[in-house]
Structure formats: C-alpha cells, structure tokens
Design a protein around this ligand. Structure first.
Ligand code: GLU
Length: 301
C-alpha cells in the first residue's frame, strides 16, 4: 500500500521549520489516503537522545504514523545488498582520493563545478591495485562512487514541475564503510512502500540522483513535493541559534500547542483558525500554500 513519510536525522531537536515539514508530509499522505511512516535516519549525524525526543515532539503535536518507527541503522544489510547489486551491474567504482586531492584536481571542461573530477573513474586494474595497497598501508579503505550511465535525470515535483539535474559520481559508501544518505534513502523508501516524498526544498537537487538510483535498483521512484524552507528575519535558514524555535522552547516561551498549530497552519495558507492536527487536516489545501519561504520570528522569552 502506498505511503508518505517523514525521515528526520537525529542530529538534535527539530525546529519549527522541521515540524512544519513533518506536518506537511503527514497531511499530504493522509489527504491522499496513504499510510504515513516515520523513519529515523540514524546512519550519520546522531546526537544521543535526539531520536526519542523527535518522536516525542511529533506525538505531542498529534501527528500519528502507521507501524513501528524504522531506525535506518537497522537496515544496513539491505543497504549493503543494494551496493552489491550496483557493483554487479557496473555502476560503482572505487575512489582512492582524499578530499584534498579532489579539491586540487582539474576537472574536465564539461564537468559542473563541485562535481567529482573523475580522477579514479578510469583507472586500470593495476593502477587500482596499487592505489588500494597505498590506502591499505595507511589503514584505510577506498570509498565507492556511483558510475552513472546517464548525464542527467529528471523527476516531476508537484510544486516545482520537471526538475532535471546532472548526475554526479556521488559517494555511495565511504571509506569507513558508512553507507551514504542518497543510497539509504532510496532503499528504505522502497522498503517502507513510500511512493510520496514530501520534504524541504533544500533536498530538491538530490531527487534526480535518488530517482536514478531507484531505477538502477529496479525500484519505483516516488512522487516528490519539495516544500519551502523556513528562514529567520535576516533571510538565512532558520537555526537553533535564532532563539525559541524548538517545540519545548516555544512552550517554555508561553506558546500553547494550539498556538503552535495556529501559526503553522497560517504559514501554509490554511488560516489561523486551527488548533490541532485534525483541524489542520480538515482545512489544509495545497493549492493555497505559499511557494515562498516562510519567515519565522521567534517569540521573545
Ligand atoms: N534525513 C534527512 C534530513 O533530515 C531527510 C531525508 C529525506 O527527507 O529524504 O535532512
């Protein structure tokens, strides 16, 4: 059965922008009669206790989800299987470069700025063996990068229309063995039956790479809705240092949960007359959602 999802990284308490994205992912799934699943993406930036607090804050807001919370770290075997599949189909190569080497390398003229310069892509097997031995002597292992067989890939986003991005040789497994977000997200969305991804538009540029990876793995790509981010009064991305921005901080500053919902609902064009999750689901209409970032001014303590 089809599902939407919210997939936070447990790097700390969510701010009101993250909560707003969660509420939008939830309402988008529920209004299209989808299941809604929660996945904690704990394979990278993990802060002790953050996952439990994220779950607690989503519950406090009255968001609900189907089934158990999936911890991404429990999916390592499936992630490694996906890597094996890509290796077998010739879509991975070993990369021996350090960050410094990549920064210093000259890129071919048609390679976009910031993209992998291609250094290890075309090594002969003896060059690879030498490079492997050189890293092994330092106690390190190579990273595995995507070897794309397309230049670009397109996805359709409900808010942004067709989005085409060049496909880079992104790292899919780091030298320390950690599996990259771009691969794990694809494998786990498919595993959880997710066919609708609603998330912040800072990740819009990753969608074509992820959809391309899904196609290589024989998995269906989801539909995408990348929602505007939340900014502070200076126009920068909202951050914890901007003041009272997390749920406990807002409650401490005197806001009720009803006030939080009213502010969230107003920010997505659903009026201020909303006091809880059910009320939000009853009135939310994507057609009236502003397409611009929301500027949030925290209450003074
Ligand atoms: N875990 C990612 C983050 O918190 C989001 C992943 C996604 O929604 O695809 O930034």
């Amino acid at each position: 059965m089809s599902a939407g999802r919210f997939a936070p990284s447990p790097s700390g308490d969510m701010h009101i922008g993250n909560l707003r994205t969660a509420a939008l992912a939830w309402v988008w799934a529920r209004r299209s009669s989808r299941r809604f699943v929660l996945r904690i993406e704990d394979i990278d930036r993990v802060r002790e206790g953050a996952a439990a607090r994220q779950v607690e804050h989503l519950k406090l807001l009255g968001l609900d989800w189907d089934g158990e919370v999936l911890m991404q770290s429990s999916r390592r075997f499936a992630h490694l299987q996906a890597l094996s599949k890509l290796r077998a189909s010739g879509h991975l190569f070993e990369c021996f470069c350090s960050r410094r080497e990549i920064a210093a390398a000259t890129r071919a003229p048609h390679t976009p700025a910031g993209f992998y310069p291609g250094t290890c892509r075309d090594l002969s097997s003896s060059e690879r063996a030498q490079a492997r031995a050189r890293l092994a002597a330092l106690g390190r292992a190579p990273a595995w990068r995507l070897l794309p067989d397309v230049d670009s890939w397109a996805v359709v986003d409900d808010l942004h229309g067709e989005v085409v991005e060049p496909i880079d040789c992104v790292v899919l497994q780091r030298g320390d063995g950690a599996v990259a977000y771009n691969l794990a997200v694809v494998v786990d969305d498919a595993f959880q039956g997710v066919d609708q991804v609603v998330r912040g538009d800072d990740l819009l540029f990753t969608a074509p790479t992820q959809a391309y990876l899904a196609s290589l793995l024989g998995l269906p790509a989801p539909s995408y809705v990348h929602v505007p981010l939340v900014l502070n009064a200076e126009g920068a991305r909202l951050a914890k240092r901007d003041g009272a921005v997390t749920l406990p901080q807002l409650l401490d500053a005197g806001w009720s949960l009803e006030k939080v919902w009213s502010v969230l609902a107003a920010s997505v064009g659903a009026g201020e007359d909303v006091a809880d999750a059910a009320g939000f689901a009853a009135v939310f209409d994507p057609a009236t959602m502003p397409r611009e970032p929301w500027v949030f001014t925290p209450p003074s303590a």
